[in-house]
Design a protein around this ligand. Structure first.
Ligand SMILES: Cc1cn([C@H]2C[C@H](O)[C@@H](COP(=O)(O)OP(=O)(O)O[C@H]3O[C@H](C)C(=O)[C@H](O)[C@H]3O)O2)c(=O)[nH]c1=O
Length: 190
């Protein structure tokens, strides 16, 4: 009923809920707390977000909220296709600065689970792409941070170049990764 796969970044997981198809289309439980707990995922989501990006090549990110309002996110594509990216920004992590990207689409029904301690961003691959995602803490703009989506130190292959990306002013003016001071510390094994 729920396929859970690891990604190259420990902690970032790819979830695929089962779809029940019939002549009308399909039905899917896109989030089920107990089924997530059965896979050891016990996150208390408190806010659902939904955004529409009209233009192909719209980039939203790379964003985070700092503690005490850091957010775990469960991201899926409600309409169209997008390339969703997480970047490890936990100081001391063996994969600090590394990224992973997955194509999420209304058609593939896949979801990316991005824990707190990671930057999140995406680029749209169709017009009128809609993203919907659950967050484990409420919006706290005073704790928000952003890093340039095209920073060469991170080196994300978005499939779009900087001159064509559709960005918010905030994202166009985001800081580079080199000067970025992460508020997150890796809690992993010594
Ligand atoms: C994030 C957020 C925004 N807003 C308001 C604030 C602004 O007036 C408006 C647009 O916000 P913003 O430009 O920050 O939206 P995005 O660029 O899509 O930002 C999001 O993009 C990346 C991909 C994320 O993962 C985060 O959820 C978030 O940073 O919505 C709210 O009222 N609540 C919220 O939780």
């Amino acid at each position: 009923m729920l396929d859970v796969q690891p990604t190259a970044l420990p902690g970032v997981m790819l979830l695929t809920p089962r779809r029940f198809g019939d002549a009308r289309g399909f039905f899917s439980e896109t989030w089920n707390r107990q089924r997530m707990a059965d896979h050891g995922i016990t996150i208390d989501f408190v806010q659902d977000n939904h955004s529409l990006s009209a233009e192909v090549g719209t980039v939203r990110g790379l964003h985070f909220q700092a503690p005490p309002h850091a957010q775990d996110k469960l991201v899926r594509c409600g309409r169209g296709r997008l390339f969703d990216v997480a970047v490890d920004i936990r100081v001391g992590s063996p994969t600090y600065g590394n990224w992973v990207g997955v194509e999420l689409s209304a058609e593939n029904g896949k979801q990316l689970l991005i824990p707190a301690g990671f930057l999140h961003g995406f680029v749209t691959r169709t017009p009128d792409t809609e993203i919907v995602y659950k967050c484990s803490d409420y919006y706290a703009p005073e704790t928000e941070g952003a890093v340039r989506y095209d920073d060469p130190m991170v080196g994300i292959d978005w499939g779009v170049d900087a001159s064509t990306a559709v960005l918010s002013d905030k994202d166009a003016q985001a800081q580079g990764f080199k000067t970025f001071n992460s508020p997150f510390t890796w809690e992993g094994a010594a």
